[in-house]
Structure formats: structure tokens, C-alpha cells
Design a protein around this ligand. Structure first.
Ligand code: COA
Length: 416
């Protein structure tokens, strides 16, 4: 089956997570992604947090599937020459180096545009161009702090807290992928490439827009009724940490289930959807609350929401998180067990959908990865193993017209 992005050639000059997550997605959908790595070392994630000595770490294998690997020292003149040839015949160059690194290598946007006017140059940086922090190097948690996520995550009596979800890294990569596809679409009509830039701070903030909503509400009315600080605690003039409160108009919280004393994940997330009040009362055996004016509206419930959650926890006491959800789903109540990574890894539905995929790797055998979360009716996304360092170097150089003697010489001089 042909893939929609077949024929799109991408120079993948990315490393760590933000850039690789973007190019991996494009590779899944059919683009020819050539990962350019420094000879001898490669992407730093190949050797970070290794679980098998001498074998590419899972950090690398889970972010670089479906790609080819070319080793190239782009600081040597011969390396620059090879990169120049690649640029002339590629569609996209993606990079997430520290600020200015590509320019210092001699590959400014102006120069690339001159060599290939159809080229799309896509970059991830910590902060956007012109930002007062534009010179900073940035990793995941730095971005979560800069994008407003950390100050609003965690509990009122604790410090700013980062999320386990890669809001700064993979999320920025997904934004960049959307930007690249948009620029490709624009090129279909104009014939011209363009520079696409996404900052990690902006991408985190884009996912925190409801917190900017809350700042403006707080400025106007002085409180936020869906936060646990309301009505008994106090508010300052900044959006507080909301604990496990639901972020929209539906109050929610993480509730204890049977076994919580010994199992730190014996919990469900429970949402009190306004129009589901009657089914909730029926499900938990409190039918007298259905028409009670002290409970029947969201406004009436607000000041006793934690007492209501306490009553639901009483009901949950003799039910496991799975049993509880099996009951609540019959009443159409939005809820989920709090799943561990072990439960997710073995989840039959996630395996069947390909969201958890078992992949073959030349040196490590099989490993699990997260497959495409995007499902298509006309395309099955197949995940292949990540490439070994420089696995496709000779093949790519041959494609650029280098002879076997020239390739041997380039190896000899550590250019590739
Ligand atoms: N051949 C020769 N040199 C190469 C090369 C290659 N194939 N690949 C990279 N390099 C060089 C770069 O040119 C740069 O050289 P210079 O600084 O002398 O000009 C050097 O390697 C280091 O690159 P840099 O990206 O700055 O690496 P770092 O390890 O110091 O910083 C980050 C890592 C992630 C902090 C930084 O890249 C960054 O801030 N990136 C943007 C934001 C980002 O994506 N962060 C999230 C990562 S998940």
C-alpha cells in the first residue's frame, strides 16, 4: 500500500526528543527520513539510559523508527559538500539544535533558500525568534516552566510541578509536523519553500490556554469556582495549582478505590457532568439527591463538592478501579481507572489498535513502542525498527552519485 507522504524527502537533523518525534511521525506516514548524525557518536539518546550494554537505548529506538541513518560530520568541508547535495534534492530539513548552530555550520536559511527555493526548513527552539530568552538552550521541564504548565500543576501546598507528559518535547514536535505539512501544502501552489519555526514555550502554552482563560476570569471576579481553593481556601492574583480538579465546567477528582492503602494506583478519575447528576445518584445509591435543591444544580453542589466526592469514595471502598468503571460506564459517567504503565503495556485493546506496538530491532530483539495515535481508514501505519548508527550511509551516498572508492575515502577521513 502506498503511503501519503511517499516521495517527500526529509533531512532529519534532529536529536533528543522534540525534533525526532516530529520526523518519526512523518516517516510513519511514508516520508523518506534520513537522520543525519555525527560519526562515531550519533544522537545522544542512542547511549542515554541504556538497558542493554552497547545497544541503542529505548530512548532512541522509540523516537526514530521508520528512518534511515546517515553519519556525516557537517563541520568538515567534505561533509558540508554532501549536505549541500542532499539539500538540493530534498523537500524538508528539520533541526532542533541549540540557537544559531545551523548558521554557525554555514547553513543559514538564506543560503539554503538559494540552493533550493522549494526547501522547507523546520526548526524547534526553546523560545521563539526575537524573544528575550532566544539564546537559551532548553529541555522538556524548562519548557514546562516557561510555558505556564508548572506553575499551574500540582497541589496548593506543594512546589510548581512538571507533568510526565512530554508537553515541551513531543508536543512541540507534533506542532512542527503540522507546520511542515502546511508548508508543503502551500508549496503545492506557490512552488516556494519557507521557514517553519516552533518554540517549546509556545507549544506548552498552546496546551495551557485554559489557564490563560482562568487568569482573565480571576482578574475579573477574584476566584475560580472549579478549583479546590473555592470556596473555603483563598486566591491570590495568579492562577493557583489546581490539584486534580477538572479543568472545564465539569468538577472531577481522583478517587480512592478498594486497595488504595497498599496500591498507589488504586484510583479512578470521576467526573460530575452536570446533566449526568441523576445517573450518578442512581449509580452510587443516593437517589434522594436527585431532586434535593441542596444538590440538584451544579451551583448548589459547588461548596460541598469534596463532601460529595467523599460519599462516592465510600461507595468505591469495596470495588476495584476496574469494577467501579464497569458499573459507572453503564450510567454513562465519564470516568477511567488510573492506569499504570505496566497495565498500558499489556492492554489488549491498545495492542489490537497498534497504539502499543511490538517492534523488531536488529540488535535488541523486540521492544514496545507507542504506535501512531492517528488512525486512518485507508492506511495502516506500520512501525519498523530504528536504524543502527550509519546503517544507510553508503546507500545514501551512492544515491548522491558517490563511487565506492570515494565512499571508502570518506569513511577513512571520518567524514561519514
Ligand atoms: N556534525 C558536526 N557537528 C554537529 C553535528 C554533525 N553531524 N550535529 C551537531 N553538531 C554540532 C552543532 O553544530 C553544534 O555545534 P556548535 O555549538 O559548535 O555550533 C554542537 O553539535 C552542539 O549542538 P547543540 O544542539 O547546541 O547541542 P547541546 O547538546 O549543547 O544542546 C539542546 C542540546 C537540546 C539543549 C539544544 O540542542 C537545544 O536547545 N535545542 C533546541 C531546543 C530543543 O529542541 N530542546 C529539546 C530537546 S528534546
Amino acid at each position: 500500500m502506498s503511503k501519503p507522504l511517499e516521495g517527500i524527502k526529509i533531512i532529519d537533523f534532529t536529536h533528543v526528543q522534540a525534533g525526532p518525534a516530529c520526523t518519526q511521525l512523518l516517516a510513519w506516514f511514508g516520508a523518506d527520513v534520513i537522520k543525519v548524525e555525527r560519526p562515531g557518536a550519533g544522537d545522544v539518546t542512542r547511549s542515554q539510559l541504556r538497558d542493554i550494554p552497547g545497544v541503542d537505548a529505548l530512548y532512541f529506538t522509540m523516537l526514530n523508527s521508520n528512518k534511515r541513518s546517515l553519519t556525516l560530520d557537517t563541520k568538515k568541508p567534505e561533509g558540508k559538500e554532501i549536505l549541500t547535495k542532499l539539500i538540493k534534492e530534498s523537500d524538508v530539513l528539520v533541526e532542533n539544535f541549540g540557537p544559531g548552530a545551523l548558521d554557525r555550520m554555514g547553513f543559514t536559511w538564506e543560503h539554503i533558500k538559494e540552493m533550493n527555493p522549494g526547501m522547507i526548513v523546520a526548526s524547534v527552539k526553546g523560545f521563539s525568534d526575537g524573544h528575550h530568552y532566544e539564546d537559551l538552550k532548553v529541555y522538556e521541564n524548562v519548557a514546562q516552566c516557561a510555558g505556564g504548565a508548572a506553575s499551574t500543576t500540582g497541589f496548593d501546598d506543594g512546589p510548581p510541578t512538571v507533568s510526565a507528559a512530554a508537553l515541551g518535547d513531543s508536543n512541540t514536535g507534533m506542532h512542527l509536523a503540522i507546520g511542515i505539512l502546511t508548508a508543503l501544502r502551500a508549496r503545492d501552489t506557490t512552488g516556494k519553500g519557507q521557514k517553519v519555526a516552533v518554540s517549546m514555550q509556545d507549544s506548552v502554552l498552546n496546551l495551557c490556554r485554559v489557564k490563560l482563560r482562568d487568569q482573565q476570569r480571576l482578574d475579573r471576579v477574584g476566584y475560580l469556582e472549579e478549583y479546590p481553593q473555592y470556596p473555603h481556601g483563598s486566591f491570590s492574583d495568579v492562577v493557583p495549582r489546581g490539584g486534580n480538579a477538572g479543568g472545564g465546567g465539569q468538577p472531577g477528582w481522583v478517587l480512592k478505590c478498594k486497595g488504595w492503602e497498599t496500591d498507589p494506583n488504586a484510583y479512578i478519575y470521576f467526573t460530575i457532568q452536570g446533566h449526568a447528576w441523576a445517573p450518578i445518584c442512581k449509580a452510587i445509591g443516593k437517589e434522594e439527591w436527585i431532586d434535593d435543591p441542596a444538590y440538584m444544580t451544579a451551583g448548589a453542589r459547588q461548596d460541598k463538592i469534596f463532601a460529595i466526592f467523599g460519599t462516592i469514595e465510600e461507595w468505591l471502598k469495596d470495588k476495584t478501579k476496574f469494577e467501579a468503571v464497569d458499573i459507572l460506564r453503564k450510567f454513562d459517567i465519564p470516568c477511567s481507572p488510573v492506569l499504570t504503565m505496566k497495565e498500558i503495556a499489556n492492554d489488549p485493546s491498545l495492542r489490537a489498535s497498534g497504539t502499543i506496538a511490538e517492534v523488531q530491532h536488529k540488535e535488541r530483539g523486540t521492544y514496545l513502542t507507542v504506535g501512531s495515535p492517528i488512525k486512518f481508514s485507508d492506511m495502516k501505519v506500520e512501525i519498523t525498527g530504528s536504524p543502527l548508527l550509519g546503517e544507510h550511509t553508503d546507500e545514501v551516498l551512492e544515491g548522491l552519485g558517490y563511487s565506492s572508492q570515494q565512499i571508502a575515502a570518506l569513511h577513512e577521513q571520518n567524514v561519514v
